[in-house]
Design a protein around this ligand. Structure first.
Ligand code: ZN
Length: 470
C-alpha cells in the first residue's frame, strides 16, 4: 500500500516536471513603435501558443517590467520601439530589472524595429548585437532567400536555406562586438539594397543569458511564412533555454529552380553531364538538345523556365530568336553560361555584351584567336565569397580544360580566379543584362568537372541566383 502511494506520487511529480519543461513562459513587450504592433503582437502571441512549447502574455507598458513580474517568465520578447527617437532612456526603472533578468540566465528576443532606439544605452546594444544607426535602411518590401551562416548553432541546426517575405531586409545596421550572425540574406541592388550580405538572425551572450535578434518581421504578411515562424520559435526557445527542440518543418519554402539546359554544337560526356543537375536538390532541369542551334528561342510565349543554362556551341541564331532571347532577359529570366558556350553565337555581337566576354574562334585583324588546353589540374580561388553564387565555397582543385586569350569585360563582378597560367585569370563572374542575372562559369569541360562536388555546388548556386526566385 505504501509502495503504491509512493509510486503514484512520483509519477505525478514527474508529469508536473515534464509539463513545466514543455511550456516556456514568454512575455511580449509591445507598443509605441513605428510598426503595426496592434496586429503583429497578437500574431506573435498566437504563434507562440500554437507551437505547444510556449505560453505568452503581453504588456504594452515598459514600467510594468519589474524584477517581480519578470521572475515568472523565461524570455522577454521586445516588439517595442521608440523610433524615431533614437536616443533617450525610455524604459527608466525597468532597465535594471531587464538587464538582471538576462544576466541571470533568461532570454531576450528582439524583433525587427526593436533596435531602432536606445543608441545611448550600451547594454541594450550589447544585447542586440546590431542596432539601427545613421547609415541603416532597407530596400523594397520583397521576397528573398535566407542563408544559414552558422549551421552548427542550435537555432539553425537542420535548417536549409529558405525563402521568406515579402519583408524588409535591413541593411547597414551598426554591428557591436557581441554580434554572432546565424543567418543572413543578400541585399540585391535591384531591390535598392547594398549588393552585399546583411544579417537577418543574430545572437549574443549577456551574462548567463542569451539574446536573439530576428531582423525580419516588418508586418503580419512578412511574418506569415514558415521560415519566419520557424526562425522566431527556435530563436525564442534558444534564448529561453540555450537548446532547441522545436523541429524544422518539412515544408520550409526553398528556392525552386526550373532550368532549361541548352546543349548542341559541341560534344561532351552525355552520361556524366546530368550529374551536375541531379545534384541540385529541389530543382528541376530539362536538357534540350538543339538540332538547329537555337530553336528553344523560336517561341518564348509562356516560357516555363526561370533560368536558361547554356552549354551549347551552335552558331546559328536568327534575328527573331535573338529578339526572343533578349525578351526573356528583359523579363528577368536568368542566364548561366557554362564553358564552351562562351564561343556560341559568335557572329552576334550582342552576345558578348550579354555574357561579358568575347571568344575569338579565328584570328581577326586586331586579335589572335583564343586558345584552350585539355587536362589541366589547377586550383580555383574564391575571389569574392560575399555573393550568393560563391557563398560557402572554399578554394578547390579541378581537372578541366582551360581557356585563354579571350576578352573579359571590365564591368563583370569577378567571383572565382586562378593563377594557372594556361587559363584566363577570371573563371567565373556575374553581371546584369536587362532585368536578368547573368553568371558565366569558364569551368566544365568533361566528366571530372561534372562529377566535382564543388563544381556542382557552384552551378546550383549560380542557377538559383540567376533564377531570382521572386
Ligand atoms: Zn519595417
Amino acid at each position: 500500500m505504501r509502495t503504491m502511494l509512493l509510486t503514484s506520487l512520483l509519477v505525478s511529480l514527474g508529469a508536473a516536471a515534464q509539463a513545466d519543461a514543455q511550456t516556456l513562459r514568454v512575455l511580449i513587450l509591445s507598443g509605441r513603435n513605428n510598426h503595426d504592433w496592434q496586429t503583429t503582437t497578437p500574431f506573435l502571441k498566437a504563434m507562440y501558443e500554437a507551437s505547444g512549447r510556449f505560453s505568452a502574455d503581453v504588456t504594452d507598458d515598459p514600467a510594468s517590467l519589474t524584477a517581480e513580474t519578470l521572475a515568472s517568465y523565461d524570455v522577454l520578447v521586445d516588439n517595442w520601439s521608440a523610433y524615431p527617437d533614437m536616443t533617450g532612456r525610455q524604459w527608466d526603472a525597468a532597465e535594471e530589472p531587464i538587464l538582471d533578468f538576462v544576466r541571470g540566465g533568461k532570454g531576450f528576443v528582439l524583433l525587427h524595429a526593436a533596435t531602432a532606439c536606445f543608441s545611448d544605452w550600451p547594454e541594450f546594444q550589447q544585447m542586440a548585437g546590431c542596432t539601427w544607426g545613421d547609415e541603416s535602411g532597407h530596400g523594397t518590401f520583397h521576397p528573398f532567400r535566407v542563408f544559414i551562416d552558422d549551421p552548427e548553432h542550435p537555432i539553425a541546426q537542420g535548417m536549409p536555406q529558405f525563402l521568406t517575405g515579402p519583408d524588409e531586409l535591413y541593411h547597414k545596421l551598426t554591428p557591436h562586438p557581441s554580434m554572432h550572425v546565424v543567418a543572413s540574406a543578400f541585399s540585391a541592388k535591384d531591390q535598392k539594397g547594398t549588393g552585399d550580405f546583411e544579417p537577418v538572425a543574430v545572437t549574443t551572450q549577456f551574462g548567463e543569458g542569451r539574446c536573439f535578434y530576428n531582423i525580419l518581421g516588418h508586418n503580419v504578411e512578412a511574418m506569415s511564412g514558415a521560415g519566419f515562424r520557424t526562425l522566431m520559435l527556435r530563436g525564442t526557445e534558444w534564448a529561453a533555454t540555450g537548446a532547441v527542440t522545436i523541429p524544422v518543418p518539412e515544408d520550409l519554402p526553398t528556392p525552386k529552380v526550373n532550368g532549361a539546359v541548352v546543349v548542341g554544337g559541341h560534344s561532351f560526356d552525355e552520361a556524366v553531364f546530368p550529374q551536375i543537375f541531379d545534384a541540385h536538390e529541389g530543382a528541376s532541369y530539362e536538357i534540350l538538345e538543339q538540332k538547329d542551334d537555337s530553336e528553344i528561342f523560336d517561341n518564348v510565349e509562356n516560357f516555363p523556365y526561370n533560368v536558361v543554362v547554356l552549354y551549347n556551341m551552335g552558331q546559328k541564331i536568327t534575328e527573331a530568336r535573338q529578339a526572343n532571347l533578349l525578351k526573356l532577359l528583359d523579363q528577368g529570366v536568368g542566364l548561366v553560361v557554362l564553358h564552351h558556350a562562351v564561343a556560341a553565337f559568335n557572329q552576334w555581337p550582342e552576345y558578348a555584351n550579354i555574357i561579358g566576354a568575347k571568344y575569338y574562334l579565328e584570328d581577326t585583324a586586331d586579335h589572335t584567336k583564343s586558345v584552350y588546353l585539355h587536362d589541366v589540374d589547377f586550383t580555383v580561388n574564391v575571389a569574392d565569397p560575399n555573393h550568393p553564387v560563391t557563398r560557402g565555397l572554399q578554394e578547390f582543385v579541378i581537372h578541366d580544360e582551360t581557356y585563354n586569350n579571350y576578352d573579359i569585360f571590365d564591368d563583370n563582378r569577378v567571383l572565382l580566379t586562378t593563377t594557372e597560367t594556361s587559363s584566363a585569370p577570371s573563371l567565373c563572374w556575374v553581371r546584369r543584362y536587362g532585368n536578368a542575372n547573368v553568371c558565366f562559369i569558364q569551368l566544365g569541360h568533361g566528366p571530372e568537372a561534372f562529377a566535382n562536388p564543388d563544381y556542382q555546388r557552384l552551378v546550383a548556386q549560380a542557377a538559383t541566383w540567376a533564377a531570382k526566385q521572386k
